[in-house]
Design a protein around this ligand. Structure first.
Ligand code: SF4
Length: 676
């Protein structure tokens, strides 16, 4: 018999949950005094159980009458009653419940407390399912498949969760059925990451090979799921528990053989199966150990490899790197950033790069560091960035003496003088921000990286300025920020270029100081009045973007009408009077009074309210001629007229009557003279 390849699927054999429970039991028997028991068989594998028994670790199915000792709870977990009884009987509990199973137990307990109905999609009677049911207060209903789901009806809201080793497809189908059976359905897809990865690997491999051999106990639920999954591909699938069950005929005329093992299968069983398979073609002569070893990855300290996160605990993360056992990243080797939980950094299923710190620790697991892998990568990228000058991005982690620590793949120093374009007194505000910086000093031997944001900002500003000089043109209306107020005007930043709004261009009204119109920091719209690229000067106007008060002035102030105004200033030839903000007219010195005036201040004072007569309006030249004298004369005439009227009334005759009499007398005298 000759086949070209025996391929072992990734993620074969003990999962981390099982390995952890086994470690607990084995360490307990070495370290603790007194008998060591496990609650039920630690794994569904007779061979492993027999080995444990040899070491003095006995599985229990009940506690009554058993001398107290150490009780290891297996990865499948146990109902709360088991814990209570064990404590009551004086057992010391070592809890090996897999964290993924604990998560299911917590969900079930919470749902029960909320008064919701609970469905567990899993294998009835499986120890994990029994345990979860117990944590639900025995309120959960177990459903194995969609057909069973059809039988159910709920009036309460329902929470549905999966046994951790469930087939994902089956879980989805049951959920689809339950959607029509309950008024509300909360779905908790609690299939564990290791199971998911193993199932994916099984399917992938089954599609590639001519025959699949699945190794695992016949009672192992996760192994049976693997068998079902592989069969879906149409490839012949054989389920064996030990190498002794392997049949030569199964591999007859097959070229590529696929092997996968369930979560409770020890490495030694897998090795034996491979050895027997290889034996079938021994005449062709190939070293068995080499063949098995060739299916596994070899590791070297200091190398960077990629792997997939398969489990996250509080103090470590397990990564599948294709080695015979999963690699461990201790919490402190995860990241340089401050973090409270590993889940802030990675998620199950993430592909990550890791640095091999140690090929195997005392328990045979490779010790890995994500942080160091990032450092290695970061040094390469930082060197590139340093050479090319290309800016990089980093998150500010903290304020330290003299500057900031910024994470650019590793911790770099950003001196306070290099943070902003100007000195920045408040560095705290940068913590948590992502900045674009340039590497200005790099020394790997001294572990030194210094970066600058200032140089990046300066360049960006220079680019912006150049573009702005290109764009700027007269009559454009632009937004800007008032940066400085002076006696002669204000400076406005247009986005890299500052322009000046002269005080006379601030408002249509007379302005004594710019602060009457704008303040520093104001965002305003201005019109570009002039651009002098050679001298790099831009003149701006604010009033040009405001409504012109001179528009329609002739209609508003008709000639001959009397208006009220305020004297704004006095000149040698008269006084200016403001009719409204931005509209002023001149009272010529000759129009101030009906007597000779040497200086306008003899008649009016700045700030005085006066009545003026509109003599002329020249809207085009923005000129209005006014007269105070005319108003005074008209007033005097009016007063005189009023006075005369009063006199006549007092003598009992009207002025017409008086004049009539006088005329009559005169005419009579003339007639007499003529007769003579
Ligand atoms: S199969 Fe998953 S849930 Fe079960 S023990 Fe292993 S890791 Fe834990």
């Amino acid at each position: 018999m000759k086949f070209s390849e025996i391929k072992i699927a990734q993620h074969s054999g003990f999962c981390t949950g099982v390995r952890r429970a086994l470690d607990l039991a084995e360490k307990a028997v070495q370290r603790e005094k007194g008998p060591v028991y496990t609650w039920g068989p630690l794994v569904h594998n007779p061979r492993v159980i027999a080995d444990l028994k040899k070491k003095g670790i006995e599985p229990l199915s009940g506690l009554k009458g058993v001398p107290p000792g150490i009780l290891v709870i297996r990865a499948h977990g146990a109902p709360p009653e088991v814990y209570a009884e064990a404590r009551q009987r004086g057992f010391t509990i070592l809890d090996g419940t897999c964290p993924s199973v604990q998560k299911c137990q917590k969900i079930a307990a919470a749902l029960a407390q909320e008064g919701k109905d609970i469905v567990i999609v899993g294998k009835r009677g499986h120890p994990e399912v029994i345990g979860i049911c117990g944590w639900s207060g025995d309120k959960a209903v177990v459903v194995e498949n969609p057909t069973e789901g059809q039988e159910l009806h709920f009036t309460n809201p329902v929470g549905v969760l999966a046994q951790t080793t469930q087939n994902e497809n089956n879980f989805r189908k049951v959920v689809a059925v339950l959607k029509d059976k309950a008024p509300e359905l909360e779905v908790y897809p609690t299939i564990c990451g290791a199971t998911r990865l193993r199932q994916e690997a099984a399917l992938e491999l089954a599609k590639e090979v001519d025959v699949m051999v699945v190794i695992g106990a016949h009672t192992s639920s996760n192994t049976m799921e693997l068998v079902k999954l592989c069969r879906q591909t149409g490839v012949p699938v054989y389920h064996i528990e030990t190498a002794a069950e392997l049949c030569r005929e199964w591999l007859q005329n097959k070229d590529r053989i696929g092997v996968i093992a369930g979560a409770s299968t020890p490495d030694v069983t897998i090795e034996e199966v491979i050895r027997v398979m290889t034996d079938y073609q021994r005449p062709e002569g190939q070293n068995i150990e080499d063949m098995y070893a060739s299916t596994l990855r070899t590791l070297q300290e200091g190398e960077i490899i990629s792997g997939k996160v398969v489990r996250i605990d509080n103090d470590e993360v397990l990564v599948d790197i294709g080695y015979k056992s999963e690699g461990i990243i201790p919490l402190q080797e995860l990241t340089d950033k401050p973090t409270s939980s590993p889940e802030d950094v990675v998620a199950v299923g993430d592909e990550i790069n890791v640095y091999v710190m140690k090929v195997e620790n005392s328990e045979g697991n490779p010790l890995l560091s994500k942080r160091k892998a990032e450092h290695e990568q970061a040094w390469i990228e930082l060197a590139k960035a340093y050479e090319t000058g290309i800016p990089i991005e980093g998150e500010v982690l903290q304020v330290v003496k003299g500057g900031l620590i910024i994470f650019v793949g590793l911790r770099a120093f950003l001196p306070a003088s290099q943070v902003g374009l100007r000195y920045e007194p408040n560095l705290e505000k940068y913590v948590g921000q992502t900045l674009r910086v340039r590497v200005i000093e790099l020394d790997r031997t001294r572990n030194k990286v210094i970066v600058s944001q200032k140089v990046v900002l300066e360049e960006e500003l220079a680019e912006k300025r150049a573009a702005l000089w290109e764009e700027l043109a007269e009559n454009q209306v632009r937004k800007g920020i008032v940066t400085k107020l002076t006696d002669f005007g204000v400076f406005v930043d247009l986005g890299g270029i500052e322009g000046l709004v002269h005080i006379s261009e601030l408002s249509w009204a007379r302005v004594k100081h710019p602060s009457e119109v704008v303040q520093e920091g104001d965002e305003i719209e201005v019109m570009v009045l002039g651009v002098d690229r050679e001298r790099e000067r831009v003149s701006l106007g604010l009033k040009q973007v405001l409504p012109d008060p001179w528009e329609g002035v002739a209609d508003k102030y008709p000639v001959g009408t009397v208006q009220e105004g305020i004297v704004t200033h006095i000149v040698s030839f008269g006084a200016f009077v403001q009719l409204e903000p931005g509209v002023e007219g001149l009272v010529h010195i000759s129009q101030l009074a009906n007597h000779r005036v040497a200086e306008a201040s003899e008649v009016v004072q700045v700030g005085e309210k006066v009545k003026v007569k509109i003599l002329d309006v020249n809207e085009k030249d923005r000129r209005i001629s006014l007269s105070i004298k005319d108003v005074a004369e008209e007033k005097a005439e009016e007063e005189y007229t009023n006075y005369q009227g009063e006199e006549d009334t007092a003598s009992g005759m009207k002025i017409g009557e008086v004049l009539g009499e006088i005329l009559e007398e005169k005419e009579a005298e003339i007639a007499e003279d003529d007769e003579e």
